[in-house]
Ligand binder design. Sequence first.
Ligand code: ADP
Ligand code: DP6
Length: 324
Amino acid sequence: MKATAKAHTNIALIKYWGKRNESIILPTNSSLSLTLDGFYTTTTVDFSEEYTKDQFTLNERPIEGEQLRRVTGFLDLIRQHAGKSLHAAVHSVNEVPTAAGFASSASGFAALAAAGSKAIGLDLPERELSALTRQGSGSACRSIYGGFAEWEMGTKEDGSDSYAVPIAPAEHWDLRVAAVVLSSKMKKVSSRTGMKRTVETSPFYQGWLDSIPAEMNQIKEGIKELDFEKVGEVAEANCLKMHATTLGANPPFTYWHDTTMTVMETVREMREKGIPAYFTIDAGPNVKVLYLPENEEVIKNTLRTIPGVADIRLSRPGQGVTYL
Ligand code: ADP
Ligand code: DP6
């Protein structure tokens, strides 16, 4: 009982930042993302009576400890769903840096959910697959779809209405993203730890939640109308609000690095010179720059000159989960 699936990472334009239920991963706000073709995971899951325990290799290396526990915990959900108790061998390859702020958990859990559920014989509709994926890592539930996807937070306690839905396919709009990789990294507070601390202690958290519905409406309009300025302005403002909540947390923290701020400033300067570009940043120091295809050369060349920038990785809108 074997299946292989490929899934891409996504970048949130309206961020998921906070949980109302930590065990089944239910968010406190809806979020919206763009799936990226440049970063992906391919995972094969093989359920067999021959295995006496679950095994997990990542990039051909056997994995133990916390990373194995997360995979085994997720396989338990799949087994429970299917009413089967078989162990599995999971082989995964990340075409994305692992645990470095490039959302390997999103492509990783989306590929694992798709391959695992198919291998065990579950034929899940996309919404159910998304709701299952959500329980591995929240942001991963959006990677089931290509292009633009919204994770609707839902209101039910059992999480059955908390899943992602497609907003527009990859072909709708060739919106590009440059991932700016910094040469040195700050000590990492994981997104899981960071959002928990913020929900529990930041006085700015309620302001964050209050701002989401209007921003969600605006960005969906912008995507529909292919209005780059509208989408960029909302995404940048939403990112800054999310990061502002961390400064109010106890103990306070920030994901930003000095070069993070230099990249943000460079993007603003490009805009002043008439080159449309906007930034967004997840729970790490690296910056993602949104731009249109006609400005790719100037964006790439400008970002490359910033001291402390190690690499620029360019992405187009990516496809949803596929089975190989
Ligand atoms: P990021 O998502 O930015 O790479 P995180 O620390 O949020 O960083 O998530 C990384 C974790 O996601 C890994 O430590 C591992 O537990 C899990 N992960 C990453 N890639 C895979 C994969 N291909 N299959 C299963 N789990 C994965
Ligand atoms: C800042 O999905 O990694 O990237 O649900 O605890 O696994 P868990 O968190 P995760 O958080 C992502 C946070 C973010 C914003 C986003 O992708 O929406």
